[in-house]
Design a protein around this ligand. Structure first.
Ligand SMILES: N[C@@H](CCC(=O)N[C@@H](CS)C(=O)NCC(=O)O)C(=O)O
Length: 200
C-alpha cells in the first residue's frame, strides 16, 4: 500500500490511520513547493492534484476520510470501525461527515485567508464569517465530548482520526481557545504513539 503524502496537510490523517492499524505501507512524499502534486503522472491518481491519495494493489483512491474509512473496513480485525448497522456505526458516519463538511471547510477558509493566499487576495470578511460559524460548530462537538473519551462509543475508532485531524487544524489556528473539553480530547489523541509518528 502506498500513501501519497505531504507533511502538514490532510494526508497526515490517513497516515495516522495507517500507523494505528500497524500495517506496512510506503510513503510517497510529494514536494508541494516543487509542484510535484501537479505533475501529469500524479494528476492521473488525483485529478485535482491534491494529497492524500492511496494506492492499494492496482487500485487508487483519494479523499482523506474515504481512505480512512476504507482502511478501517479493510482491516476489521483491528476494530477501528463500529459494526455495520449499529447505532455506533450511524454515529461514526455522522461525526466523520460533520467534521469533513461542517468544520473543515471553515478552517480551510481561515487557513487560506490568513496564511496561504497572496496578501492581496486575502479576505478579512471571509475569515470573520468562517470564524463566527466555527463558534456554532465547535460547541456541538464539545457537547458530544462531555464525559466521553472517544467521539463514538467507548473505544478509539477511525472517527477519532478524522475528528482529531480537524481539531488539530483548528488548534493550529488557535480556534480551540475557549473549548477546554476539545483541547483535552485533542491532547489525549496527540499522546497516542501512532499520532506522534504521523504528525512528526
Ligand atoms: N477533501 C480533500 C482535500 C484534499 C486537499 O485539499 N489537500 C490539500 C492539502 S491539505 C492539497 O493537496 N492542496 C493542493 C491543491 O489542491 O492544489 C481530502 O480530504 O482529502
Amino acid at each position: 500500500m502506498k500513501l501519497y503524502f505531504s507533511p502538514m496537510t490532510r494526508a497526515t490523517r490517513p497516515r495516522w490511520m495507517l500507523e494505528e492499524l500497524g500495517v506496512p505501507y510506503e510513503l510517497a512524499t510529494l514536494d508541494m513547493m516543487k509542484g510535484e502534486h501537479k505533475k501529469p503522472e500524479y494528476l492521473k491518481i488525483h485529478p485535482l492534484g491534491a494529497v492524500p491519495a492511496l494506492e492499494d494493489g492496482g487500485f487508487t483512491m483519494y479523499e482523506s476520510a474515504a481512505i480512512i474509512m476504507y482502511l478501517a473496513d479493510k482491516y476489521p480485525e483491528k476494530g477501528l470501525a463500529p459494526a455495520l448497522g449499529t447505532a455506533d456505526r450511524g454515529a461514526y458516519y455522522q461525526w466523520i461527515s460533520f467534521a469533513m463538511t461542517e468544520a473543515d471547510p471553515l478552517l480551510v477558509t481561515i487557513l487560506m485567508n490568513t496564511r496561504f493566499l497572496p496578501e492581496a487576495e486575502r479576505s478579512a470578511a471571509a475569515v470573520e464569517k468562517a470564524s463566527q460559524r466555527f463558534k456554532v460548530i465547535a460547541p456541538i462537538i464539545q457537547e458530544r465530548m462531555k464525559g466521553r473519551e472517544y467521539i463514538v462509543g467507548n473505544k478509539f475508532s477511525a472517527a477519532d482520526v478524522v475528528v482529531g485531524g480537524t481539531l488539530a487544524l483548528a488548534n493550529m489556528l488557535n480556534a480551540l481557545d475557549g473549548y477546554p473539553d476539545l483541547k483535552a480530547y485533542l491532547g489525549r489523541l496527540m499522546e497516542r504513539p501512532a499520532t506522534k509518528k504521523a504528525f512528526a
